[in-house]
Write a new protein. Structure first.
Length: 424
């Protein structure tokens, strides 16, 4: 034992609680800074468009990510310090309790932890008592040393996870030079997601769980949203009312298609086409509601003409088609073919790759670009991203862990959507 008895008795683990409080204050400050930057980000984002504006928004967004990451690191440090204080306090109490027991039995524990007999007894019982108490003291001292070492390792590991917050100043550029083209930015994996992307992914996952969809079906929906919108709820300037419900940055500024000549405008997380744009997926309000959009994508939608637009459920289950990434991709359709269908007859495929099913249900706007030869991820890469995203959502399960009634409180809303989706 490196510490003497006097030194150990002077150790005050409660001082670590004070340190934990100070660390907690730093965490609160970092969190508040992140919130302030987020508000600035939203304020600056209003009315912006173009690559220069996106660059400035991305710079602020990256700075917010660093602040949040450091806030999480500081929070972990606070947890480690608090845990260390509790462990050391328990270990110290164990040592002092053992010393007190020794001295009550007629032994004296020295400053160097040596044990002396002050009772005058010298028999077999005394020898056994000395041996047992010595073992107990050694165990308590070893326990304290281990707790001290572990506490140091925890605190050091947590501290190393905190990276300096540094980001270049946003390059806003001259507003006169901002272009009007849409540049969707943002990561395609959970670790790179903004809070908007995470919220939309949770909605797709949660609705799928509530509807009893299979894992592969939920993954297919996630893949399609990644293909269509980078998991943003995107509006379109040609669809009235869509901008008000769009996500803050990419959702509002990209506004889907930018060419006035485009007559196939889509909106929402799946870029679905509304009834008044020759689409099958409902009104603009329904498409711009991620819960409704996901429900329709899973279960289909009854069109005004009484025809059911297939969702994942009706397309795969009613036809007995399995989702199989290894299936032949020759069943992909020409990119510009509108609303393709697969005729199920003798000799027709009973399994299809997920991207072919997504295209058959709703031709993803960027599907033709995802062949691995352009700037976008390949079909397989998007499917891998969707599977990894599903795994993170399984771990996250925020709607279900934090609210066990997630499905039941939304039952009426989902049932109403399903009634609209049923063709009589």
């Amino acid at each position: 034992m490196k510490l003497t008895r006097a030194q150990l008795e002077a150790v005050d683990p409660s001082a670590l609680h004070g340190l934990a409080t100070q660390v907690g204050n730093v965490h609160e400050e970092l969190t508040q800074h992140a919130k302030t930057h987020e508000q600035i980000w939203h304020d600056l984002d209003d009315g912006w468009r173009g690559s220069a504006a996106d660059s400035a928004s991305d710079s602020l967004d990256n700075h917010m990510r660093r602040l949040r990451a450091n806030a999480e690191g500081v929070e972990q440090l606070q947890t480690s310090v608090t845990s260390a204080a509790a462990d050391l306090s328990t270990a110290k109490a164990k040592v002092l309790s053992t010393v007190a027991q020794l001295e009550a039995n007629g032994f004296k524990v020295g400053n160097d932890w040596s044990i002396q007999d002050v009772s005058g007894a010298n028999d077999t019982a005394w020898s056994e008592s000395l041996q047992n108490n010595s073992v107990a003291l050694r165990g308590a001292l070893d326990g304290y040393e281990y707790a001290e070492k572990l506490a140091g390792q925890k605190i050091e590991a947590a501290y190393k996870n905190i990276q300096p917050v540094a980001a270049p100043a946003p390059g806003y550029g001259n507003p006169d030079n901002w272009d009007t083209k849409c540049h969707i930015t943002g990561g395609l994996t959970w670790g790179d997601f903004t809070e908007e992307q995470k919220r939309n992914a949770r909605d797709i996952y949660a609705v799928g769980r509530c509807l009893g969809m299979k894992k592969e079906e939920i993954q297919l929906a996630l893949m399609t949203a990644l293909l269509e919108s980078h998991m943003y709820n995107i509006g379109d300037k040609t669809i009235a009312g869509s901008e008000e419900k769009a996500d803050g940055r990419n959702g509002k500024k990209c506004m889907g298609h930018t060419e006035d000549s485009d007559k196939e405008s889509g909106a929402g997380i799946f870029q679905q086409h509304p009834f008044d744009k020759n689409g099958y997926w409902g009104t603009a309000d329904e498409i711009m509601d991620p819960v409704q959009a996901a429900t329709m994508f899973y279960k289909g939608r009854c069109t005004p003409s009484g025809v059911l637009a297939d969702g994942i459920w009706t397309y795969t289950r009613d036809r007995g088609i399995a989702i199989d990434p290894s299936a032949e991709s020759q069943y992909l359709y020409e990119p510009k073919e509108r609303n393709p269908t697969i005729k199920i007859a003798d000799g027709s495929p009973k399994s299809l790759p997920p991207w072919a099913i997504a295209q058959a249900i709703q031709r993803p706007a960027m599907l033709e670009l995802h062949n691995g030869g352009g700037p976008y991820p390949s079909y397989e890469a998007n499917w891998d991203n969707a599977k990894a995203l599903y795994g993170k959502l399984e771990e996250d399960q925020a709607p279900f862990v934090n609210n066990s009634d997630y499905c039941s409180v939304r039952a009426a809303r989902v049932n109403n959507i399903l009634r609209q989706n049923t063709c009589v």
